[in-house]
Design a protein around this ligand. Structure first.
Ligand code: FAD
Length: 416
């Protein structure tokens, strides 16, 4: 009898994590990916305009992202994430030109809010307690119903923090998602909030070492293989169709569908998935950052929100950027550069640039869409779901995607 086989569809982080967890030798594993490369929405590519390898989008992680760090440890790539030894976030307010560094202390008792030099200028310690409303919010509440979405701490801390984490205007975001982010990061203290970035690019940190590990463990990885249909009978998937090719799913075999929500919905009629999306705009400028430029800079009252300084470029992320996504690229580049130049105090004309618009970057982290996220199991006994859009309790993030992959694999290992 051959060992049972797990067919994983999609080599984004959810699919890679599921495959990694299943390499214990108890099953054969095949991973099918529609694109010519792994990584999905979290990948690097060579950009011929800039003549350098860049990421599809700057990805910020926090040291409290425990599944992500465990994934990186398992693939031998933990050292690819770089960040300061202690939590610190530099900010500039383009309206007032104030600059500050937010420095939460390492431990869970947040004494940093009592220290003016560690907190947001123009705030008092008591102003920070309002956010506890998120932890007490009723099921299905919005952030707006749970906390006051106004005031200096909100504008200069909670809004940028939750906007980045949810990729949705916090005013319309689900309180449960913001609360979970808070619980897993700031509420644990600065040690869980060190900002981390893939200094050598996302693919070097995630996809390339993961593929190396998977192939070494005997996982069959097949690129440019797009699943076009699932053949189901008697509440089981019994074959996979890849255009002209059909692969039998034998008794005892399982399928993990780790594709984006819209693809899963097209393959599985009647599946509930989040329906709305939010875009992200990334801009990359080929310029060496000035010497004192912080590696990550939060920008308040600008078009841009986060500015990342790499040795050879400055890169910008704008979340929930649907208002900008249809603007002409040249106009967008000029507008974004004007903020970058002010934030970094660089006086020079627009350098070589690239703009990447991801229209469907993540599902909208609203109360309505949160309620539509499905669990791991489906109506078919041997078909499981994974992906950042499944009910992970987190917004669409690397951490959520990896946890969903691990959870689907664990379900298989427990005997799905
Ligand atoms: C611009 C941008 C910035 C982001 N910033 C951050 C950040 O700062 N921090 C953070 O934590 N997260 C961030 N995210 C979110 C993060 O990238 C995603 O949550 C995560 O990558 C999703 O992984 P996934 O495996 O669930 O889905 P995907 O990455 O979408 O993977 C799905 C895979 O399935 C493949 N596929 C699709 N259809 C088929 C088919 N029919 N057959 C076979 N394969 C198929 C796709 O090609 C893809 O490789 C950002 C996302 C974007 C787009």
């Amino acid at each position: 009898m051959p060992q049972p086989k797990v067919h994983i569809i999609g080599a984004g982080l959810a699919g890679l994590a599921a495959a990694l967890r299943l390499t214990d030798g108890s099953r054969r594993v095949a991973l099918y990916e529609a694109a010519p490369q792994a990584g999905g929405r979290c990948r690097s590519y060579f950009d011929s305009t800039l003549n350098m390898t860049i990421d599809n989008g700057n990805h910020l992680l926090l040291s409290g992202n425990r599944a992500t760090l465990s994934f990186l440890r398992e693939i031998g790539a933990e050292d690819q994430l770089k960040g300061p030894a202690h939590a610190e976030f530099s900010f500039v307010d383009l309206a007032s030109n104030e600059r500050w560094v937010l420095r939460p202390n390492d431990g869970p008792i947040p004494w940093w809010i009592s220290q003016p030099s560690r907190r947001v200028p123009g705030t008092r310690a008591a102003d920070y307690l309002d956010v506890l409303g998120l932890l007490r919010a009723a099921k299905g509440a919005s952030i707006k119903a749970a906390i006051r979405c106004e005031g200096t701490v909100y504008e200069r801390l909670w809004r940028p923090f939750f906007l980045a984490a949810l990729n949705t205007a916090p005013e319309e975001g689900a309180a449960s998602l913001a609360a979970e982010i808070l619980r897993e990061t700031l509420a644990k203290g600065g040690k869980a909030c060190r900002p981390l970035i893939a200094a050598n690019g996302l693919s070097e940190a995630f996809a390339t070492p993961a593929l190396r590990r998977l192939t070494a463990k005997g996982v069959e990885v097949v690129f440019e293989r797009r699943l076009s249909a699932l053949e189901c009978k008697d509440r089981r998937v019994n074959a996979l169709s890849f255009g002209g090719e059909r692969i039998d799913v034998a008794a005892g075999d399982c399928v993990i569908l780790a594709v984006p929500a819209a693809v899963a919905a097209s393959l599985l009629l009647g599946l509930s998935t989040p329906a709305a999306y939010r875009g992200i705009v990334n801009a990359h400028f080929k310029v060496v950052p000035p010497p004192r430029c912080p590696p990550i800079l939060g920008v308040i009252h600008g078009t841009i929100e986060w500015l990342f300084a790499f040795p050879d470029r400055l890169s910008v992320t704008i979340s929930a950027a649907d208002r900008l996504i249809d603007l002409p690229r040249e106009e967008l580049a000029a507008r974004i550069w004007s903020d970058v130049a002010r934030a970094t105090q660089i006086a020079r004309p627009l350098p070589a640039w690239q703009i990447i618009k991801e229209k469907r970057a993540t599902f909208a982290a609203t109360v309505e869409d949160e309620a539509l996220r499905p669990g791991i199991r489906t109506e078919f006994a041997n078909l499981l779901l994974a992906g950042d859009w499944t009910a992970t309790g987190l917004p669409a993030t690397i951490e959520g995607a990896i946890r969903s992959g691990f959870a689907a694999a664990d379900t298989v290992l427990r005997g799905a």
